[in-house]
Ligand binder design. Structure first.
Ligand SMILES: *[C@@H]1O[C@H](CO)[C@@H](O)[C@H](O)[C@H]1NC(C)=O
Ligand SMILES: *[C@@H]1O[C@H](CO)[C@@H](O)[C@H](O)[C@H]1NC(C)=O
Ligand SMILES: *[C@@H]1O[C@H](CO)[C@@H](O)[C@H](O)[C@H]1NC(C)=O
Ligand SMILES: CC(=O)N[C@H]1CO[C@H](CO)[C@@H](O)[C@@H]1O
Ligand SMILES: CC(=O)N[C@H]1CO[C@H](CO)[C@@H](O)[C@@H]1O
Length: 606
């Protein structure tokens, strides 16, 4: 399939005749095009333009190409948009635009949809706390986008009405338009979102100028993002308001093409705050090498914001609507089976999730819980947890277990390769029983655990490597797993330092104790210090030191902390997120076979 050809357009301000004229001439010189995406204010800013605008909306003039807009405000907006939202064709959960008239679509609130193979996400309107019906986005719209950001797959285009604040961060690029400041018409919520969504193109308007920023690299993603700010249609300064691109959808690109970084790629403007004092050159060098401390400098503060903003009690839309979520227990939203059942009985997602739905009587879904099962509202998580083992990735009896990754099965523990490994031979040691952490097994099981750990250590010692074991014990945890990550022996002495550094960035200190016999003494002491009422993280280092930390009630702690720290140590920042590291099932089977062969002589169950 040929790459779609599209036009990006800034604030239309109701000047549809001028836009149509321009589109027709661009179409002649470099068309044909498939569709137009408009950012910035779409409706007129003065009453004189309303008539011209309504000629199109009411069908007296026609719009030549499918046109999508996000800037749902201006003169006439309330009237046109409320009529459109009452139209029965526009009811329900529509993310691909509400139809205003032929070829004109309103992207309302936030969402994600596929257009000519491209994955398009958007946040419409401006930030506002007073909950106007049109022209603004709500916290719920932001939360929904955050949930979408957790889904796998790269977003090709992200449309926002306003610019993200910080995009002109001079610490990372000197290529910024002169005389423009961040303070007006820039939105920090958008910066946070774009850093999470990591689209390939980010398009925004409403700032009155054209700006094509140098591409920037993303944290925890292999591809770069290009920001494009577009000027208003018919602006006096003759700044560019229409821009043609023809991107191949990421989903059909070769991995090597997705990773391509043009020579003018900079660090992300949103994550590098503390570099402000440094020159552009320093920042560029940092982008290439991403040394350990650098990695921590930006990653953690961002994670904290992210987790702070997500409500862990909210339902995962993906799970509720489809019955499964690729993130499984790593998802920060709740996978509630009761909620899923209600959804299947036709109950509105917003109603289940928040107890209310803004669409009110216009909504096509039911606004009361439906009988038939024991859904007990947001308190009903016990039902869900009883049933969760059927869905569990780690239960050997579960249909979801990735059995091709299993290496060796003992009495109370088994050993498997990690899905989306940080490095080759990244191993998991997992209790056979569906238990939330390895410390809730009876103490005598520690003997088998110790023998697994020793086998793994010996296996790697043979290759000049040491092993770091770590376990994240979340209060919401379902099925425990201890991760074993091999590191070159030459880096073993740096492990404690980098964990300490990372803890410092998050604002806590590890308790560190060195044991002569880490398997028995170490585990005993862990059991003594573990308090079920708290989440808990511990790491066992190659020199016999255990680092441990109890996570306070309101403390934010990144779920993948251990993995991220080791990614930093190993200079593999882009592999910190396991989702960047997934390989095909065939590849996984090959890896597991080869590991099994090499591990055989060390396998305690062989
Ligand atoms: C664009 O050009 C093609 C011919 O190349 C024509 O068929 C099409 O109607 C034109 N579209 C617009 C919007 O002018
Ligand atoms: C960045 O470099 C690429 C290729 O070298 C070039 O096409 C592009 O125009 C540059 N972008 C900016 C904004 O300088
Ligand atoms: C932990 O929680 C339980 C039940 O909520 C409570 O009885 C116990 O005192 C708590 N323990 C600590 C150390 O706070
Ligand atoms: C708001 C909330 O509960 N967010 C959680 C997301 O996941 C991390 C790691 O488990 C928790 O620490 C956060 O509290
Ligand atoms: C306790 C509970 O709700 N158990 C349910 C688990 O799931 C099965 C079907 O998968 C139900 O039949 C049980 O009632």
């Amino acid at each position: 399939m040929a790459a779609p050809r599209l036009l990006l357009c800034g604030d239309v301000l109701g000047r549809l005749s001028q836009l149509v004229k321009r589109v027709s001439s661009v179409n002649k010189s470099s068309g044909p095009f498939d569709f137009i995406l408009c950012v910035g204010q779409f409706f007129p800013d003065s009453p004189e333009r309303l008539e011209e605008f309504l000629d199109y909306v009411e069908g007296r003039s026609s719009i030549p190409l499918p046109t999508y807009f996000t800037g749902d405000y201006g003169i006439g907006a309330a009237k046109v948009l409320s009529a459109a939202s009452k139209d029965s064709a526009n009811q329900g959960f529509k993310m691909d635009g509400l139809k205003i008239c032929d070829n004109l679509y309103w992207l309302r609130g936030s969402g994600k949809f596929t257009l000519h193979g491209l994955s398009v996400a958007y946040l419409s309107g401006r930030h506002s706390s007073d909950g106007q019906q049109f022209g603004t986005y709500s916290q719920d719209d932001v939360d929904a986008l955050r949930a979408l950001a957790e889904e796998s797959g790269i977003v090709d285009l992200f449309l926002t009405n306003e610019w993200p604040s910080g995009v002109m961060n001079r610490a990372v690029t000197s290529d910024v338009p002169p005389g423009i400041t961040d303070s007006l018409g820039s939105d920090s919520t958008i910066s946070e979102l774009v850093a999470e969504i990591k689209p390939r193109y980010h398009i925004a308007g409403s700032k009155g100028i054209f700006y094509a920023r140098e591409p920037y690299s993303n944290v925890e993603a292999v591809h770069v993002t290009r920001f494009l700010g577009l000027a208003p249609v018919g602006n006096k300064n003759k700044q560019k308001f229409i821009h043609a691109i023809s991107p191949t959808p990421a989903c059909s690109m070769m991995a090597s093409d997705i990773c391509m970084k043009p020579p003018n790629t900079t660090l992300s403007p949103y994550t590098v705050v503390e570099l402000r004092a440094h020159s552009k050159e320093t920042a560029k060098r940092a982008a290439d090498s991403a040394p350990d401390s650098q990695y921590w400098r930006y990653d953690i503060s961002q994670k904290r914001q992210k987790h702070g903003a997500i409500n862990g009690d909210k339902l995962c839309f993906k799970f509720v609507s489809s019955g499964s979520c690729p993130r499984e227990k790593r998802c920060n939203f709740s996978h509630d089976i009761g909620a899923r059942e209600q959804y299947m009985r036709g109950v509105c997602f917003d109603f289940i999730n928040k107890g209310r739905c803004e669409r009110g009587p216009d909504c096509n879904f039911k606004h009361s819980l439906q009988d038939g099962d024991s859904f007990s509202g947001r308190m009903g998580s016990e039902t869900a947890s009883v049933n969760r083992s059927g869905k569990c990735w780690f239960c050997l009896s579960s249909p979801n277990v990735e059995s091709h990754l299993i290496i060796s099965i003992g009495e109370s523990f088994y050993c498997a390769l990690a899905k989306g490994p940080l490095v080759q031979d990244h191993v998991l040691i997992v209790p056979v029983e569906h238990l939330p952490n390895s410390l809730s097994l009876p103490p005598e099981c520690d003997i088998e655990l110790g023998s697994f750990q020793n086998s793994v250590k010996l296996y790697f010692k043979n290759q000049g490597k040491d092993v770091v074991f770590f376990e994240w014990i979340s209060k919401r945890g379902t099925h425990a797993n201890i991760q074993a990550v091999p590191i070159p022996s030459s880096k073993a002495s740096a492990v404690q330092d980098i964990f300490t550094l990372a803890a410092g960035k998050l604002g806590f200190k590890f308790a560190a104790i060195k044991y002569n016999d880490i398997n028995s003494e170490g585990r005993k002491s862990l059991r003594a210090q573990f308090d079920r009422n708290f989440s808990f993280f511990y790491a066992e280092l190659p020199d016999g030191t255990i680092l441990l930390h109890s996570v306070e009630e309101n403390e934010k702690f990144p779920v993948q902390f251990g993995r991220e720290v080791l990614a930093g140590l190993l200079n593999k920042a882009d592999r910190a997120d396991w989702r960047n590291c997934e390989v095909s099932k065939e590849e996984e089977m090959k890896m597991a076979d080869s590991f099994r062969n090499r591990f055989e002589v060390f396998d305690p169950n062989h």
